[in-house]
Structure formats: structure tokens, C-alpha cells
Design a protein around this ligand. Structure first.
Ligand SMILES: C[S@@+](CC[C@H](N)C(=O)[O-])C[C@H]1O[C@@H](n2cnc3c(N)ncnc32)[C@H](O)[C@@H]1O
Length: 286
């Protein structure tokens, strides 16, 4: 939460009487009220679970749709293994790293990577965002188009990823992927609708440097941090290199080369090195 912002009054409501019992159960699970007045509402109905700002002029509802929404379209007609996020996590022919997405949010990045064949574990600490993501995963499980990718995504119960990574006692993920909120100081920047709804709930993720430190201690092969293109790197060790796109940048902290299991040869920690750039020095976190 940004200092000075009043905390959002979040409530759960049922779209119709049919959903009243399930909405009441969700309210109990999230320890939220079901009052008439709220600045943010989790609405349960025929479309699944949606985050809604009540009142006129508010942005439309946000829900997770892995089956038919813009994300599903992007995944099916988008850049495949050549897209920047795929190269950032080290996807190459025969290489599909295991990934811990420690800032899962609405699961969009994770779904893109799962569609490309990676197995992911997802952590999200904000209970309301976690509930939206869990609902989207549940609905997509029965869709013929999305089921295979959804099966590769395991959402852990709501938890702080920093503590979870410190206490990790299973095989280390090859890649830890981080996409913490970035504190946009520029009021004129057009932030996406989801982010406008998100920020009052999740704040600015000011502990992101601790997240990076925990990720660097856990990942066996690399840590990838998604940042706005012009943003400084997270405080901490400087990234080894970065991939830059129009609006985003992926800072990559390589530890070991990813190699295809069959050949065990020729793996490189810096695929597509011709397109890799050293991150800008100001605030690059060193
Ligand atoms: C920018 S959003 C991530 C968006 C996501 N990559 C996607 O594609 O939908 C950042 C999310 O990370 C979560 N987050 C930040 N720090 C976290 C932590 N230490 N543990 C768990 N979740 C965290 C926030 O609650 C927020 O939902």
C-alpha cells in the first residue's frame, strides 16, 4: 500500500441468489464482509469471480480468463517460443525449465509459459488476487483448449513468497520468475485497468529486493525479473544481462546454463545474445 492511501474496503457479493451461499463461503474463507458499501467488490456469479469497482465511471470488472479472453488469444496466436518472456526464462529447443512464479498475480505470464510447455509453481500473497487466480484456473481446467497448460500450473495456498522460498524443502526450481508491482510515480502513465484495480489491494511491493535475494538463493539456473523498460533494476546484485522490449524489460541473473536433457550439450545461459543488452547503469542495483 502506498503511504497515505486509505485501505480499500473489499467485500464479497453474489451476483444473484443462486450464488449467495458460495459467496458467503468465500467471504468467510477470505475473512471479508458482505456489506452494501465497499470500494472494491469480489462478485461471484455466472462468469466466475470478478473484481469490481462499484459506481459510475469505474473501470470494468477484472477476472481471470484462460479460455476465451485476450490472454487466451495472445497465447494461441502470439509469439510462441520466440517471444521475449520465453527467451528470458531460457526456453530453447528441448529445454522447458521448471519455473517458480513467485509473484503470480492474475497468472498471465505463467499461463504463457505453461502453454509453451513449462511446469510452474505459482505463489500469490494477496488473498483476493489469489482467489481470482484460483477461480480462473478452476474454470479453465475443464476447457479442452486450456486444460493441458493448466495442468502444468500448480498454485500454492496464499503465502508470502519470500518466506516460502526461504523455507523451500523440495527440488529447487530451475528458474524463479519475479514481476513485482512497480511504483509508477508518473501520474500520466496509462496503467492497465487491472493494475488500477490491483494497486489499492497489493500496494507497491516495496519488499521486492528481499524477493530477489530469496530467489537468487533458491533458483538453480536463473532468476528473471520483469520490469518496466525504463525502470531501474531491483536493488541487489546487478543482473547479468537484460532483454528489452517496447514497454517491458527482463533482467536476467544467470547462475548455470540450462541444458536439454537428451543432449546435455551446448546449453547457453544467454540465448539470443545478439538481442541482449546490459541494463542501464543508473540504479542498476549494484
Ligand atoms: C505485477 S503483479 C504480477 C502479474 C503477473 N506476472 C501476471 O502475469 O498476471 C505482482 C503480484 O505479485 C504479488 N507479490 C508481490 N510480492 C509478493 C510476495 N513477496 N509473495 C507473494 N506474492 C507477491 C502481488 O500481490 C501482485 O499480485
Amino acid at each position: 500500500m502506498t503511504a497515505g492511501d486509505p485501505p480499500p474496503r473489499l467485500a464479497v457479493e453474489a451476483e444473484s441468489a443462486e450464488y449467495a451461499a458460495a459467496a458467503a463461503a468465500l467471504a468467510r474463507q477470505l475473512d471479508l464482509p458482505v456489506p452494501p458499501e465497499a470500494s472494491l467488490v469480489l462478485r461471484l456469479g455466472a462468469q466466475g469471480l470478478q473484481l469490481v469497482v462499484p459506481g459510475p465511471g469505474a473501470p470494468g470488472p477484472v477476472r481471470v480468463d484462460f479460455v476465451a479472453g485476450a490472454l487466451a488469444h495472445r497465447v494461441r496466436h502470439g509469439g510462441g517460443t520466440g517471444q521475449m518472456i520465453a527467451r528470458a526464462v531460457g526456453i530453447q529447443p528441448g529445454i522447458r525449465p521448471t519455473i517458480l512464479d513467485a509473484t503470480a498475480g492474475l497468472g498471465r505470464d505463467a499461463f504463457v509459459l505453461a502453454e509453451l510447455g513449462c511446469r510452474l509453481t505459482l505463489i500469490e500473497r494477496c488473498p483476493a488476487i489469489h482467489a481470482l487466480l484460483a477461480d480462473g484456473l478452476q474454470r479453465a481446467r475443464t476447457s479442452a483448449e486450456s486444460a493441458a497448460a493448466i495442468e502444468r500450473m500448480t498454485l500454492l495456498p496464499p503465502a508470502d513468497a519470500i518466506a516460502t522460498m526461504h523455507g523451500w524443502d523440495e527440488a529447487a526450481p530451475q528458474v524463479v520468475y519475479l514481476d513485482p508491482m512497480f511504483p509508477h510515480r508518473d501520474k500520466s502513465a496509462l496503467v492497465k485497468k487491472e493494475m488500477r484495480l490491483f494497486r489499492p489491494l497489493v500496494g507497491d511491493d516495496d519488499d521486492a529486493p528481499d524477493l530477489l535475494a530469496a530467489a537468487l538463493a533458491l533458483a538453480s539456473h536463473r532468476v528473471v525479473v520483469k520490469r518496466p523498460r525504463k525502470a531501474p533494476a531491483l536493488a541487489g546484485p546487478a543482473p547479468g544481462y537484460a532483454l528489452e522490449g517496447k514497454s517491458s524489460r527482463f533482467d536476467i541473473y544467470p547462475r548455470r546454463s540450462l541444458q536439454a536433457p537428451a543432449t546435455q550439450a551446448g546449453g547457453a545461459s544467454n540465448p539470443n545474445s545478439s538481442q541482449a543488452t546490459k541494463p542501464g547503469s543508473p540504479g542498476s542495483g549494484a
